[in-house]
Ligand binder design. Structure first.
Ligand code: ATP
Ligand code: FE2
Length: 324
């Protein structure tokens, strides 16, 4: 079965086509703000402007037409409302026009599903960290339980904010990573872990207050060490609690090499396996939405137009999972 997936929760408009064995196409166009963070309306305008071109591009790359699809899937939430509307409108239109089923999927669960599809992980404890979300999830009795999560902002968002204060462009994560690689030195900062949860707002402010007094590369390295240690410690506790022998890292921040190194080391010490999806499947992408749509379609899902409204605050633990 072939499914076209549309991702539009935030700054990335992504469109992909997959079947059970193959990713036929996975293309994206990212909204890059001229200054500041992501302005929701401007990001949505960007998505509307590039949608048609991207859909044509994907069909050409895949050598397939929309008529060849068994369903069209879209990110129904969570995300920025204006951006979610774009994906939902395009998906509804394609579904109606071509008479194919519509499948609205949860964006967070798609990050996990593409992670297990593209690695050998089977039932991992997942550390999902991106610009909008930071959670530790474990699958138990028909649901992905959120075992730990950020109490305020997401880790990717914190990296983007810090980078902006240091005058680097969006997205800030890779910029902070490059800066951090210039030094081994760190300064003392607060360690933002609270039980199984973590928080990054205070750590970001504390780091920003030292700009000018401490060099940028030491600040970047210190921020990475403290923030990444906190999430890896929480991940380790979650694995101990769940008796898990597999860790999966996903979301945009999962592309960070220092974080990967920390997760790898922690797993090695616990005699567990660490799994990292290829970068193009860590960041927001259309193939992960297509894949999630595919497995839910096969489990019988068909979203009616009246059920297809955006869900900006849709938590992954609200979803009753029937595809595993
Ligand atoms: P979600 O909707 O799942 O919250 P998102 O909209 O934030 O996703 P992603 O592509 O999953 O989109 O993640 C983007 C985030 O990843 C940004 O905050 C960016 O700074 C961060 N990021 C990208 N590359 C790196 C890296 N190498 N190191 C750290 N962070 C990174
Ligand atoms: Fe995402």
């Amino acid at each position: 079965m072939k499914v076209l997936g549309i991702e539009s929760t935030a700054h990335t408009l992504g469109i992909g086509i997959v079947d059970e064995d193959k990713v036929y196409a996975n293309t994206r166009d990212m909204f890059e703000p001229e200054e500041g963070g992501i302005h929701p309306r401007k990001a949505a305008e960007h998505h509307y402007q590039h949608a048609l071109e991207l859909i044509n591009n994907v069909q050409q790359k895949a050598g397939l037409e929309i008529e060849d699809m068994d369903a069209v899937a879209f990110s129904q939430g969570p995300g920025l409302p204006q951006c979610l509307d774009v994906g939902a409108v395009i998906a509804r239109s394609l579904s109606k026009k071509h008479g194919i089923p519509l499948v609205g999927v949860n964006h967070c669960l798609s990050h996990i599903s593409i992670g297990t599809r593209t690695t050998a992980a089977e039932n991992p404890t997942t550390l999902y960290i991106s610009g909008g979300n930071s959670q530790i999830l474990d699958f138990r009795s028909g649901r992905y339980r959120v075992i730990g999560e950020t109490l305020d902002i997401a880790l990717g968002n914190a990296l983007d904010k810090l980078a902006r204060k240091l005058d680097y462009p969006h997205p800030g994560g890779p910029e902070i990573e490059k800066l951090a690689e210039e030094t081994d030195k760190i300064i003392e900062l607060s360690y933002p872990i609270k039980g199984m949860d973590f928080s990054f707002s205070g750590l970001t402010t504390e780091t920003e207050r030292k700009i000018g007094d401490v060099s940028d590369n030491i600040l970047a390295n210190s921020f990475q060490e403290y923030a990444y240690s906190a999430v890896v410690e929480a991940l380790e506790r979650a694995m101990a609690q769940e008796g898990s022998k597999q860790a999966l890292l996903t979301g945009g921040v999962a592309m960070n090499s220092r974080l990967r190194e920390m997760v790898e080391k922690m797993c090695e010490q616990r005699d567990a396996e660490a799994y990292f999806p290829p970068p193009e499947f860590c960041m927001d992408n259309g193939a992960m939405i297509a894949h999630q749509g595919l497995i839910e379609l096969k489990a019988g899902k068909n979203t009616s137009i009246s059920e297809s409204a955006k869900k900006p605050n849709w938590r992954p633990d609200e979803v009753q999972v029937n595809w595993i």
